[in-house]
Design a protein around this ligand. Structure first.
Ligand code: IVH
Length: 780
């Protein structure tokens, strides 16, 4: 024995006492169970080697904590034991070998397999069938009297059913809070401004420790029995038989308890429960395996605090402790900047984890995490690993604050911070969260890369064979500046990249070209507008019916689409304000053969697009539904409303508060906004008034393109393509995205591609830009 060993022992004891107190007494554990268990194992190992160093105050001498002062103490006539653990099949096999050797048995055993409920061990004492006392396990010998609280647990019978029970019967089992009850409890607590519980077990422990049973009664506590303690008359010769008997007396059991023959079937049971773990209505942290025959149990007996005849086969820990080495900031497809925790690799939930999402700046603030901190990370099922909390007592002196970048870490462009309402996964509640976005659109290489990967993915354009490495090379070589550029790539372009041969390059080019025919809704998903997924894209395609119309559609009209709320409408609108994305859109309509585009917006959308709706939407002070109705009935157009004078309002009988609110509202910029809105609505085919002619929209000329289908392709010098399109539409043209034999004319700007070739094939009339202006000049 060295002084070093003593020193280590001293530190371990102090740590275990500190964390044990937090866990058992305060219900505020700071460390994951696995780390606590490890320290305890270390202590036990040292004490086993140096029994002379064991002191009465060693945490090994008292598993659990002191009962809280105010509770009456209860001595367990038969001690409440704990269980040895196994963490893999080999340890489980070793368990069986131990007992087989001890009994010189050749055959395997029949076992009782049970979920290891993650709650608190409780003893219920029944005298003549009446519940007379309930106690916590405490240190195994002495617990706390919690009869007043146990009586509030709804599935604990206060009186046994049936007959034939021993005069004194002690039922042992686990008190826990089911997952759904836990979520509701936390929601309720947060609403009341109280703190949320970290997990269902803490919530159950906290509830049983209440002195006032009225509090426990409001908590969704449940009890499942797993064994019998004291019994004045012995009954049953198997564990499962005893549990079945308890059930007949009205005691609840977990429905997962199963009688299983042989170790291979035990392993199958473990695997099955593990795969269903997340669907079970309560938390479990493993399975408990018990030799079923009571006679065999008795022959095997106990060692120290645990029976030889049972073992807990634990699941891989879902929470572990590790170091936060750094925080990196990743830029996603929509420009959202996500802090990613770089962790010292740690095995948790069955895999090695070295990254965890920190979500956003709010999350970093909430956790109060610093670089260099010891953190608890959790990986449950297939869920992305999360940082749960920080072990502040282990913070090093040189821990550094996490500094959110002031500009995009990929391209250096300014960042915009937006606050959004998000549905919280666990509680479905709306919570505010801030998102920082790079404002550089597709000019940001990181956004471009993610946008391309998204564009080619299965749910979008679905192009096979464009892996991350290739995408990166396409970007750095400058071959691709928007996802639409993919359609221009040639075999020669791919041959310039690493690892391509003639055949593979050819294959990729044709894999891309076969995807040129796309349904409109798929094109809309592929744009990568935040929040616009499959069903929203379908709804948009159905109602708006064309890519160009979508780009021009004002927010106030977008929210009329099913599935599109104010937030999504804002996202769509913002998306098209970026010039790089407008360019992308123009390229797309050029390069793709989009099917499913319609000539007009849907009848459904038109019906909903009433002037009343817009007056109601605009947020004009003092204008709710009633006044929106009055305004729409009176003015019949936003432009006419915007040019209304004081007397107009008065003569319509509006009261003075409303009149002055309207006059204040109508300043130069809102007037402009209103006429822009009306113009944009009209442009996408959403106009409501027939009876009131409006000068600005009137055409004196006969409509040159009435009923004719025109296609635009390439780039134009004198006017933006969208404006040309609007002009043609004003003259009655139907501007379509694809050439057919019904096309009246193809107007081809510079760098026209496949559409030009197709028009030639179909012998469609082709004008260049000069010819277009000439043609228009005759009428304008
Ligand atoms: S039997 C003598 N069965 O696990 C055997 N325990 O680590 C004593 N637990 O204190 C326990 N589910 O709180 C047993 N089906 C189960 C259990 C179970 C959960 C808990 C119990 C015990 C701890 C031991």
């Amino acid at each position: 024995m060295t002084t070093d060993t003593q020193q280590i022992l001293q530190t371990l004891k102090a740590q275990l006492n500190y964390h044990g107190h937090l866990y058992y007494v305060e219900d505020k554990p700071e460390l994951p169970d696995a780390e606590y268990d490890r320290m305890m194992q270390e202590l036990l190992a040292i004490e086993a080697e140096h029994p002379e160093l064991i002191t009465a105050d060693s945490p090994s001498q008292r598993v659990g904590g002191k009962p809280l002062g105010a509770f009456e103490q209860v001595r367990h006539e038969i001690p409440m034991l704990s269980l040895d653990n196994a963490f893999d099949d080999a340890e489980l096999t070793a368990f069986e070998k131990r007992i087989r050797d001890r009994l010189s048995a050749v055959e395997g055993f029949t076992y009782s397999c049970e979920p290891k409920l993650d709650g608190l061990a409780v003893s219920l004492m029944y005298e003549n069938g009446i519940l007379v006392q309930a106690a916590t396990r405490g240190d195994g010998t002495t617990g706390e009297n919690i009869t007043h609280n146990a009586r509030t647990i709804r599935n604990v019978p206060l009186q046994l059913q049936g007959a034939g029970w021993p005069a004194r019967l002690e039922v042992r089992g686990e008190v826990f809070i089911p997952k759904d009850g836990f979520e509701k409890l936390n929601e309720k607590n947060l609403k009341k401004g109280e703190k949320a519980f970290a997990n269902p077990r803490n919530a159950a422990a906290g509830s049983l420790r209440q002195l006032d049973p009225k509090i426990a009664a409001t908590r969704p506590l449940r009890f499942y029995a797993y064994s019998v303690g004291l019994m004045s008359e012995v009954f049953g010769d198997s564990h499962i038989g005893r549990l079945a008997q308890l059930k007949m007396w009205g005691i609840p059991l977990s429905p997962e308890v199963k009688k299983v023959d042989g170790l291979a079937n035990v392993i199958a049971y473990y695997q099955d429960i593990m795969t269903r773990r997340n669907e079970l209505p309560y938390e479990i942290d493993g399975v408990v395996i018990k030799v079923d025959a009571i006679a065999t149990q008795e022959r095997l007996g106990f060692v120290a605090r645990a029976p030889r005849w049972a073992i807990a086969y634990k699941f891989p820990a879902q929470e572990e402790i590790t170091l936060l080495q750094d925080v990196e900031f990743q830029v996603g497809r929509t420009g959202a900047i996500t802090p990613v925790a770089k962790l010292e690799p740690v095995f948790v939930g069955g895999v090695t984890v070295s990254n965890a999402s920190l979500h956003n700046a709010d999350e970093i603030a909430r956790l109060g995490v610093k670089i260099g901190d010891t953190v608890i990370i959790r990986r449950a099922g297939d869920v992305i690993p999360q940082i749960v909390s920080v072990v502040e007592s282990r913070r090093p002196d040189d821990a550094r604050d996490v500094v959110f970048p002031a500009e995009c870490p990929a391209c250096g462009a300014p960042i915009r911070r937006v606050v959004k309402e998000k549905k919280q996964k666990t509680t479905s509640k709306l919570v505010e969260m801030s998102i920082s976005r790079c404002t550089n659109g597709l000019n940001c290489k990181a956004q471009l890369k993610e946008s391309i990967s998204y564009f080619v993915s299965k749910r979008c354009i679905d192009i096979d064979g464009l892996g991350e490495k290739i995408v990166e090379q396409l970007i750095t070589s400058g071959l691709v500046k928007t996802p639409a550029d993919l359609f221009d790539l040639t075999t020669g372009d791919f041959l310039k990249l690493d690892g391509f041969k003639e055949l593979s390059a050819n294959n990729l080019v044709s894999a891309i070209s076969v995807r040129k025919n796309v349904d409109l809704d798929r094109v809309i998903i592929s744009l990568g507008i935040p929040e616009v997924g499959e069903s929203t894209s379908k709804a948009i395609a159905k109602d708006i019916g064309s890519l160009q119309r979508l780009a021009k559609c004002p927010r106030e009209a977008l929210i009329l689409i099913d599935d599109v709320g104010a937030e999504v409408a804002g996202e769509i609108y913002n998306y098209f304000t970026s010039s790089s994305r407008q360019q992308f859109l123009t390229q797309l309509s050029d390069k793709l053969e989009i099917s499913g585009e319609t000539e007009f917006v849907s009848a459904d959308l038109k019906r909903k697009s009433t002037l009343f709706h817009y007056f109601n939407q605009l947020g004009i002070p003092k204008v709710g539904k009633v006044n929106a109705k009055k305004l729409s009935d009176s003015f019949k157009s936003l432009v006419r409303f915007s040019s209304a004078e004081y007397m107009d309002f008065v003569s319509l009988g509006f009261n003075s508060t409303l009149v002055s609110a309207l006059r204040n509202y109508l300043n130069d910029s809102t007037k402009l906004e209103l006429s822009n809105l009306e113009y944009s609505l009209r442009e996408v085919g959403l106009h409501w008034e027939q009876d009131v002619p409006m000068d600005i929209f009137e055409h004196d000329e006969p409509k040159k393109f009435e009923g004719k289908t025109v296609v635009l392709t390439g780039t134009f010098n004198y006017m933006k393509r969208n404006d040309i399109k609007a002009l043609l539409e004003d003259m009655g043209a139907k501007v379509s995205g694809s050439i057919s034999k019904n096309t009246y004319v193809l107007i081809a700007g510079e760098k026209a591609g496949s559409k030009l070739a197709k028009a030639n094939d179909l012998k469609v009339v082709i004008w260049d830009e000069e010819r277009l202006w000439k043609e228009l000049g005759e009428n304008q």
